[in-house]
Design a protein around this ligand. Structure first.
Ligand SMILES: [Zn+2]
Length: 398
């Protein structure tokens, strides 16, 4: 952020200077042109055999000198401006890091097979975003076989999302009705929320829509009473305030425009869940994660260079430091062994002991081998005194 501010300060300087020069040049040129124009007019009006008096010659000479001087001055101003502009470039170089080479591994993407995979990921991302033209073009150029099946759900969903953005509920309602059973099985309240928005829109239009609103509620909201009793009650409550408008009623929160943003998210989430898709495009998740991690990686690179330990971490499949990408980038629980204080991995998975305590397999092996002088290997749980056979420990999955 500090870097952005520093560059912005330089840009502001350029803009200020440019504005001043522009204004100044404008007035100077306007005056000059007016002066020349009036001289020209006088010359044109003079009889054709008129000879210039020494005074008139002097005036013309002065005008020419003035033009030359002004042009020169403008050129100097322009040069000055150029040096200020180039300072912005220098500020960018100084404040931002352009060399990301050490934070990525090129071999990850090299080779025809990997390029193909990468193209496929990009192509799917475009299908997801509803950019079918671009995706089709890419698929043709990179010879990716795109089956209609992978395109189909996104085409429909993006159309409905666009309609929702324009506050058109009909396509989404039709979709929700069509998938009512599986949506209810997922405990989704999408259909109710869509009907609620329609009802609120009617009520918002005042007493003239009262009958229509009541009809709508009878037809569509009654079936949701069992699941959304409180919400239906407050919707009905709005009818009491219809004559004076619900803006000034205890139900004014129902007019909150965020409900429209919310329905967009609810639809996207439920539809993706129904089709077994992730809500966010995997490609954008990766790129966002990379952008978040980049500053930390660049920092560690600097530290490693200073201490001359760059050789220690080279091309391994793990990062030299732990990077926190925030809650929204955590997809599964992480188990850390309470004994070894390490996160579990595929090679060192969590193991549940008979007593119910969980430790990592490495810890289990260490505790068992500490007792190996006995004939039968027995393990005493480090958290409760239960003695048990380490063979009985079970691998668990999160
Ligand atoms: Zn125990």
């Amino acid at each position: 952020m500090e870097a952005c501010n520093a560059v912005e300060r330089e840009v502001d300087k350029v803009l200020l200077k440019f504005g001043a020069i522009n204004e100044h040049a404008g007035t100077v040129l306007r005056d000059l042109i007016n002066h020349i124009e009036s001289l020209k007019k006088e010359l044109e009006e003079a009889p054709s055999d008129h000879e210039l008096t020494p005074g008139q010659v002097q005036v013309l000479k002065q005008a020419m000198t003035k033009v030359r001087d002004t042009v020169q001055r403008l050129a100097t101003d322009h040069r000055d401006l150029h040096s200020t502009v180039s300072k912005v470039g220098k500020a960018i170089d100084r404040n931002f890091i352009a060399d990301f080479a050490s934070t990525s591994r090129e071999d990850v993407f090299s080779g025809p097979e990997k390029t193909h995979l990468l193209n496929e990921v990009i192509c799917r991302h475009f299908y997801r975003q509803g950019m079918f033209d671009i995706a089709d073009e890419l698929a043709a150029e990179a010879s990716i076989e795109s089956d209609e099946g992978s395109k189909e759900p996104f085409a429909g969903l993006n159309h409905i999302l666009d309609c929702l953005k324009q506050r058109n509920l009909e396509p989404a309602l039709e979709w929700a009705r069509h998938f009512r059973e599986p949506l209810l099985a997922m405990d989704s309240s999408l259909e109710f929320k869509l009907h609620r928005l329609h009802f609120i829109r009617l009520v918002q239009q005042g007493p003239s829509k009262q009958a229509e609103a009541i009809m709508y509620a009878r037809k569509h909201l009654t079936e949701f009473v069992s699941r959304h009793e409180k919400e239906v009650q407050s919707l009905m409550g709005t009818l009491l305030y219809l004559p004076n408008g619900i803006q000034s009623s205890p139900y004014s929160h129902l007019l909150d425009p965020t409900l429209w943003l919310d329905i967009h998210d609810v639809f996207a989430k439920d539809a993706c869940m129904l089709f077994g898709l992730s809500v966010d495009s995997p490609l954008s998740v990766c790129i966002n994660a990379g952008c978040t991690a980049l500053p930390a990686l660049l920092n560690i690179k600097q530290v490693m260079q200073q201490r001359q330990v760059t050789g220690i971490w080279n091309g391994k499949d793990e990062l030299p430091i732990e990077i926190d990408l925030g809650k929204q980038s955590q997809y599964h629980s992480v188990f850390a062994c309470p004994i070894l204080r390490q996160q579990s991995t595929e090679n060192n998975p969590p193991m549940k002991l008979v007593c119910g305590h969980v430790i990592s397999r490495d810890a289990l092996n260490k505790l068992t081998s500490a007792n190996k002088n006995q004939f039968i290997s027995r393990l005493k749980c480090p958290y409760c005194p239960v003695e048990q056979n380490p063979e009985d420990a079970r691998l668990i999955y999160f």
